[in-house]
Ligand binder design. Structure first.
Ligand code: LLP
Length: 441
């Protein structure tokens, strides 16, 4: 490691699952990434099952000291591959879903309906019906209107679904604007000041089994204060509801715990657990959390190959065109997100590093995956790993510019499996139909 340029050393330090071997080849959780690129081509996603399991266990362990029952529902949207869901199910996680599709997928992956919570705005009647009929763990209701629809559906179906109210606590999570969900004016949740009235309505409704409250204030949260504020808000509301004679036996603290992509210093999981325990641990409620990114983010890598380097006059960085783009990993274009990049072979590392900009081939100015990165000089056919792409990576891919979805590989203890084939080009248009009247022309 000592021969490596400083920028690469820094990136490796906080990621013990990555190293360069004696041939200067990048090893991810024991597997040579060059071999995967050679076998499955690029762009391609690589997910480590062992890192996912280790993180799942670490999170469980962090909460093991809490005296209350705690359940963990993995936010399926972060990476919804059935292999990921099955691993987490075996580690004792349920699922947090936000659509009928995710609900069905979680069940298909072996998660029992009882361990599923359904969050999310704009649930259609068909989705609520599915949730009621499959008797999932709890439906987190997002509005007065949704509560009304749920009651009618439950009455019609003759079932009594478990219901919690997702409150909007009016707390700024201090994260990117587009992934903040708990501020006044955000589309999510029931204004916390309206929640007591709606809780009373739900609790008195014979067709609903009102069990408690939920809140999710945002994602990639890197300080503890907003979590603390949300827990305080929930605790206060629970106390007030009980004083009003309403039984509250469940509280869902949402997800949102951030990870270090670059220089962030998010709270560690023990601190996170301590804050939840401090505020909610003595209330005699079953506590639930819905982590997504923290579990799966560091477990995935996007492999890509350099197509060409387009030199730019100083002081501009050269454009390094790679075969991964915003259609594969949307986060940099959507949120100006930073993902570290490592060369798969650090052999040329004795050359002085220089700033380079990694650009995708998509015809959008915003299709830049990394700007002005200090890396060993890159040239055609060099392979790169874009790190921490295990959450909100492959799941957010599109086929824009007729680019097929990339292959997905899972590794564990040196074993390698293709868990999703690269999409075929033909499948991009096989569901398209030409209008009948074209035939007459
Ligand atoms: N629970 C609910 C109700 C959510 O809406 C979310 C994420 C989570 C849990 C999980 O949050 P996490 O633990 O992963 O932070 N595409 C964005 C992130 C969107 C998050 C949406 N909701 C990104 O790439 O940063």
């Amino acid at each position: 490691m000592s021969n490596l340029p400083p920028s690469l050393v820094e990136i490796l330090q906080s990621r013990p699952w990555l190293r360069y071997d004696t041939d200067a080849a990048l090893i991810f959780d024991g597997v040579r990434l060059q071999d995967i690129a050679a076998q499955y081509d690029t762009p391609c996603w690589v997910f480590s099952a062992s890192i996912l399991r280790a993180r799942a266990r670490a999170l469980k362990a962090a909460f093991s000291g809490i005296n209350q029952p705690i359940s963990m529902h993995y936010a399926v949207k972060a990476n919804d591959h059935r292999a990921t869901l099955a691993i987490l199910q075996r580690e004792g996680f349920g699922a947090d879903v936000v659509s009928g599709g995710e609900l069905r997928k979680a069940i298909a992956a072996g998660i029992v309906p009882f361990d599923i919570v359904f969050s999310g705005v704009g649930k259609k009647d068909a989705e609520l019906t599915l949730a009621i009929e499959t008797e999932i763990g709890v439906i987190n209701v997002e509005s007065r209107e949704e509560l009304g629809r749920l009651t009618s559906l439950a009455t019609r179906l003759g079932k009594r679904p478990k219901v919690a109210l997702r409150v909007n606590p009016h707390i700024d999570a201090g994260t990117h604007d587009k992934i903040s969900t708990g501020r006044e004016g955000d589309k999510f949740g029931i204004d916390w000041r309206e929640a007591p009235t709606l809780s009373r309505m739900a609790a008195r409704d014979p067709h609903l089994d009102f069990i408690g409250l939920a809140a999710h204030i945002g994602s990639q949260i890197t300080s503890i204060a907003p979590f603390e504020a949300a827990c305080q808000r929930l605790a206060g509301m629970i106390t007030d509801l009980r004083a009003d004679g309403i039984a509250v036996k469940h509280v869902d603290c949402g997800g949102g715990l951030g990870i270090c992509y670059h220089q962030e210093a998010p709270p560690d999981i023990t601190e996170y657990a301590r804050v939840i325990a401090n505020h909610l641990g003595t209330l005699n409620v079953a506590i639930s959390i819905e982590p997504g990114r923290w579990l799966s983010g560091p477990t995935g890598i996007l492999l890509t190959r350099v197509i060409d380097v387009k030199a730019q006059p100083a002081p501009r960085s050269d454009f390094v065109f790679i075969d991964a783009a915003m259609n594969d990993l949307a986060r940099p274009a959507l949120y100006a997100a930073w993902h570290e990049v490592l060369p798969l072979h650090a052999g040329g590392s004795r050359k002085p590093e220089k700033a380079q900009t990694l650009a995708g081939p998509v015809c959008e100015t915003g299709d830049i995956l990394a700007t002005d990165r200090v890396l060993p000089p890159l040239s055609r056919d060099d392979l790169l790993a874009i790190l921490d792409a295990g959450a909100y990576g492959a799941v957010m891919s599109s086929t824009y510019n007729a680019r097929p979805l990339a292959a997905q590989i899972m590794i564990e203890d040196g074993k390698i499996a293709e868990i999703r084939q690269r999409q075929t080009l033909e499948s991009l248009w096989e569901a398209e139909r030409l209008p009948d009247w074209f035939k007459a022309e």
